[in-house]
Design a protein. Structure first.
Lengths: 187, 186
């Protein structure tokens, strides 16, 4: 396989599989618990939306390149969530909204003097990524709320779900790296 | 234009490659690349195939809070450019390095990385043994059941780090190697 194709395929597969796995966990594992305790929330508004973590970390690592890499997985999960009826122009825009807002938030924050992108050799700080995740979620929540006329509760649950999902995603990864490091030390 | 470039990298052998990947991005701003690391320069050679060890010192550095042997290597400008091209092609590794650094910072800020598993087990064993007598001999510690299966090198590395971090103190004036608990553990 040519190297350029491999450079695209590897992150594409990693991101797609992680995104779909995160989506599956949020919707089919965590969502039933949420519905039990908060039935008043819309079924699609997860309070621990792990895919937001994948979106933000991909955007942080890859910048704008993350958009085409996540887009297929985002469309696939949109289809799982809403079926063929979700593929209206507005529905597709909604599916892309979260993906684009992740990369856009890093760009926007850089324009506002808070450049958290790694491409510019900035010092890595996890709080910066959380801030960018909050910004991306705000943009996404306001956009979706405006277009789809979500009520305040749904919009708030979108935001809470995105931010908690990002933190949980990073925390899980942190545990994975930590366990890997510990097992190396024991060996 | 062959100009040597310098930069200090402090890393354990295991993390050398990841640190090196990140620092190569910054190397353009420095004048000579030097590496400070724990054991040998051979791994650098195997990693990059470009590093040239110019001189070697046996000084002790405590930049990481750990006693380490120090060696210096250089990269020529052309080699750096070559390596930068390699870095550009090594995007996956670079991303993993950045992600690992991000999450390590998170772990540190959340106070979850104070001690490694081996270090924790040494502390537990030392605390148990210290109930019987103040000075704990290395052999007693090493043969404690909590440290079964721990390799000799891991044990001594963890023990050295615990002494340096101020959890254990080496007892002076005893014939055999012995340690006492410091105020941190009492």
């Amino acid at each position: 396989m040519p190297k350029a194709a491999l450079d695209f395929t590897t992150p594409f597969l990693v991101i797609s599989i992680t995104y779909i796995a995160a989506f599956w966990t949020s919707i089919y594992v965590l969502q039933p618990f949420q519905t039990t305790f908060t039935p008043q929330l819309a079924s699609y508004a997860s309070l621990l939306f792990l895919p937001h973590g994948v979106r933000i970390l991909s955007a942080w690592l890859l910048g704008w390149k993350s958009i085409p890499l996540i887009a297929p997985a985002a469309l696939f999960t949109h289809w799982i969530n809403f079926g063929a009826e979700g593929f209206t122009p507005l529905g597709i825009a909604g599916a892309f909204s979260g993906v684009v807002s992740a990369a856009f938030s890093f760009w926007l924050l850089a324009k506002l003097g808070m450049d958290f992108r790694i491409s510019n050799g900035n010092k890595v700080n996890w709080m910066d990524v959380i801030i960018a995740g909050c910004a991306a979620s705000l943009i996404n929540t306001f956009g979706m709320g405006y277009v789809f006329q979500h009520n305040t509760l749904t919009s708030m649950s979108y935001f809470v779900g995105d931010v908690s999902g990002l933190f949980a995603c990073m925390f899980l990864l942190m545990i994975v790296f930590s366990v890997a490091r510990t097992s190396q030390q024991i060996r | 234009m062959l100009v040597d470039r310098k930069m200090d990298i402090v890393a354990t052998e295991k993390n050398l490659l990841l640190c090196f990947t990140i620092l190569l991005q910054l190397v353009e701003r420095k004048s000579l690349l030097s590496l400070t690391y724990l054991n040998s320069v051979r791994q650098c050679h195997s990693i990059t195939g470009k590093l040239v060890a110019l001189r070697s010192t046996s000084t002790t550095s405590t930049k990481l809070g750990l006693p380490v042997k120090k060696k210096t290597c250089t990269l020529t400008c052309s080699e750096i450019h070559e390596n930068n091209e390699e870095t550009a092609n090594m995007t996956s590794l670079d991303k993993i390095a950045q992600l690992k650094q991000l999450l390590y910072g998170m772990e540190k800020d959340l106070g979850l990385n104070d001690l490694s598993m081996v270090q924790k087990n040494i502390v537990y064993a030392a605390t148990i043994l210290a109930k019987v007598k103040d000075q704990i001999e290395t052999d007693e510690l090493r043969s404690h059941e909590l440290l079964e299966g721990t390799s000799r090198s891991s044990f001594f590395r963890a023990l050295r780090e615990l002494v340096h971090a101020g959890y254990l103190a080496h007892s002076d004036g005893v014939q055999r190697s012995a340690y006492t608990l410091t105020s941190k553990l009492r």
